[in-house]
Structure formats: structure tokens, C-alpha cells
Ligand binder design. Structure first.
Ligand SMILES: [Zn+2]
Ligand SMILES: [Zn+2]
Length: 358
């Protein structure tokens, strides 16, 4: 392994199942060809990590959670590693990494569905004793395997702005690609969490005619207005009118899915991305689907280009959108367990940072 510095001691919050985390020292991994080790500067706490920790989402344990983070390369294996644009990365380079790691050779990878690779690995979702033990962001360092997408992060983007790109921001890029062109479209965004707020900002930047956001939380709706919403509705459902060209459903609540479908005008397109756990079915009126030329599509995770688009978008909008304001200032990694709960008020993410040797 091409370790330019002494192998660091790695400290990680190991999730042992249930609502328990243990801060442990772990050995640095041997780096194979095309692999890297990154020191993590900051990791944000995504809602799905809180779901895993609270027992509402299954996950392998013991393991290291955390899939939204930003850090710096500290070592690379033979052959080095490259970012999305093919630029060779050096020790000290600042990067974010994708939530999915694909084989690149199965039928789904060949079809461009790397997020559904037949042998998919997921950041922050692998067992500690498996082939990728150091997979999570709640640690001083992460092992970046061959097949992970690395995107360079310019210094002008803060850690708090950059960290959510690997889950929330990149997923929104995939969702809005599936939604098609937004220019002059009437857009409905259902759910004003991190994805919904990012979706507002993207819809505004792409010239949407109007952006209505629906959520039950009035503080989040106020945030939505700051990020581009032109109308907000404090309800799961709307007024029942079919008035939207594009609807994106990010809450996963079954009534919200039904009302987003009902809200589509002729030629409308609904993208579902919030429904990531089992729930009741939603009725579909096939005649209306046909006569109104409706499209409904699902998006889960994203492809490598979406992570690059996410970072590019955050950089482009860093002066017009206060991305830092969405993320609470970092707490010590050692205190992670007490922060595995949804943030309050105008914050959409908590964050942790590990002090690590330079
Ligand atoms: Zn996430
Ligand atoms: Zn594959």
C-alpha cells in the first residue's frame, strides 16, 4: 500500500444493533489497487441512519453507519484513484464519495443502473467483519473501495454544505432528471426535508413557473420559501385540483403519494422517491392515466454523474442558498449516540466530526 504517512489509528462509532454505539479503535485497512483511505472531516446524520439506529430499518451489525460525509485522501493503493472527471487524486485532496459501490460488469451496471448492481455495496451499510468493514462515515477515516464514485470538492464549499451531497443532494439530481425539464413547468414538491429543500432550489434554478411545497411542518415550509418555493401548503394533501406538470414525492406518506398523483395535469409526471419502506398501496385509475397521458416513475439512490451534478450545483448556488444553515454545527464523534434523532427547527441535519491526526 502506498501509505505516504504512518498508518493512522482509526476511531469509529460501531453500531451494535439496537440503540447502541461504541467508540472503538480499529486497524487501518490494507489498500488494494484502486482503493483509498480518506480522513473524514464531517459527517451528517441522514434520516435513514436514524431509522436504522431506532430499529425501523434493518441493517447489518456490527457496522459503521453514516453515508453523508466529506473528507480528504490520506493514502491510496497501487495505481492511485481518480475522481469522476478522471483526475488523479493526491493525498490531501478533498472529496465526497457515493452511497453505492457497483461492480461495473453485471447486466444492471451495463444497463446504466449501477445503483441496482447485482453485487452492490452500500456506504455505511456493510458489516464490520465483511469485505468492507470501514464503510461508514461515523469514524475518523473511511476505506474507499474500487468502484466507489469520488467527486472533488472545491475549498469554497464548506464541510456542512458538502457532506449531504452523497445522499440528499445527489438523489435530488436523479429525481429531477426523471422529472424531465422544469423550465416553465408548474412543480409540486411533497415533503420539505433535506431532499425537498434541495429540490426547491434546483427547480428555481431551472426556471420552474411555480413551485408549491407541501409538508406538515410549518418551520420547514418557511425554509422551503427561502429556497425557492412560491407557495406552501401545511397539509399532506392539496385542494384537489389537477394543476401540476411535475410532482416529486419525497415524504413517503401514502396519502401524500395519492394526492400528488391526483394533482397531475395532462401530460404530468410524478416521481416517487420517498416511499422506501413498506406501506399501503395507492389506487391508480388507469383510464385517467391513459387519457391524461400521465407518467409515474420511481427513483432510488443515483448514478455517478448525479453526485458530480450535486457538488456542481452546491458550488454554483453557494452564494444564493445558505446551505450551511441547513446543517447544525458539528458535535464530537464521541457524542454521536445522543444526536441520533431528528434535528429541530430550521436545521435538517445534525453533524459530527472526529478530530483526526493531520
Ligand atoms: Zn441518506
Ligand atoms: Zn454490477
Amino acid at each position: 500500500m502506498d501509505m505516504h504517512t504512518r498508518p493512522p489509528t482509526i476511531s469509529a462509532q460501531v453500531w451494535s444493533g439496537g440503540q447502541e454505539l461504541e467508540l472503538r479503535d480499529l486497524p487501518a485497512p490494507d489498500l488494494g489497487p484502486g482503493e483509498a483511505l480518506a480522513a473524514i472531516d464531517l459527517a451528517t446524520i441522514c434520516g435513514s441512519d436514524i431509522h436504522t439506529f431506532s430499529g425501523r430499518r434493518p441493517g447489518p451489525f456490527p457496522g459503521i453507519l453514516g453515508h453523508e460525509a466529506v473528507g480528504r485522501i490520506v493514502a491510496t493503493g497501487d495505481g492511485g484513484v481518480r475522481d469522476f472527471h478522471g483526475r488523479e487524486l493526491s493525498v490531501g485532496d478533498r472529496v465526497v464519495w457515493s452511497v453505492t459501490v457497483a461492480c461495473g460488469s453485471c447486466d444492471r451496471c451495463a444497463a446504466g443502473l449501477t445503483a441496482k448492481c447485482r453485487s452492490l455495496l452500500k456506504t455505511g451499510h456493510e458489516p464490520l467483519g465483511g469485505e468492507w468493514g470501514l464503510s461508514g462515515g461515523y469514524a475518523s477515516h473511511i476505506h474507499l473501495p474500487r468502484g466507489v464514485t469520488l467527486v472533488s470538492v472545491p475549498d469554497e464549499l464548506s464541510d456542512r454544505a458538502a457532506a449531504p451531497s452523497a445522499c440528499a443532494t445527489a438523489t435530488v439530481m436523479a429525481v429531477l432528471e426523471a422529472a424531465g425539464p422544469l423550465k416553465s413547468r408548474r412543480v409540486l414538491i411533497s415533503g420539505a426535508g433535506m431532499l425537498g429543500i434541495v429540490a426547491c432550489a434546483v427547480a428555481r434554478s431551472r426556471g420552474a413557473a411555480s413551485i408549491e411545497v407541501r409538508d406538515l411542518n410549518p418551520e420547514r415550509l418557511e425554509l422551503a420559501r427561502r429556497f425557492g418555493a412560491t407557495k406552501t401548503t401545511t397539509a399532506g394533501g392539496g385542494d384537489g385540483g389537477a394543476a401540476f406538470d411535475v410532482a416529486v414525492e419525497l415524504s413517503g406518506a401514502q396519502p401524500a403519494v395519492a394526492s400528488a398523483l391526483a394533482a397531475l395535469d395532462t401530460g404530468g409526471r410524478l416521481v416517487l422517491a420517498g416511499s422506501v419502506s413498506p406501506g399501503p398501496a395507492v389506487a391508480v385509475d388507469p383510464e385517467r392515466m391513459v387519457r391524461s397521458l400521465l407518467t409515474v416513475t420511481g427513483v432510488h439512490n443515483y448514478e455517478p454523474a448525479h453526485l458530480q451534478q450535486a457538488v456542481d450545483f452546491l458550488v454554483e448556488t453557494k452564494d444564493s442558498c445558505d446551505w450551511d444553515a441547513l446543517v447544525e454545527p458539528p458535535r464530537p464523534l464521541a457524542d454521536l449516540a445522543s444526536h441520533m434523532a431528528p434535528p429541530q427547527g430550521h436545521h435538517l441535519r445534525k453533524s459530527v466530526a472526529a478530530a483526526h491526526p493531520a
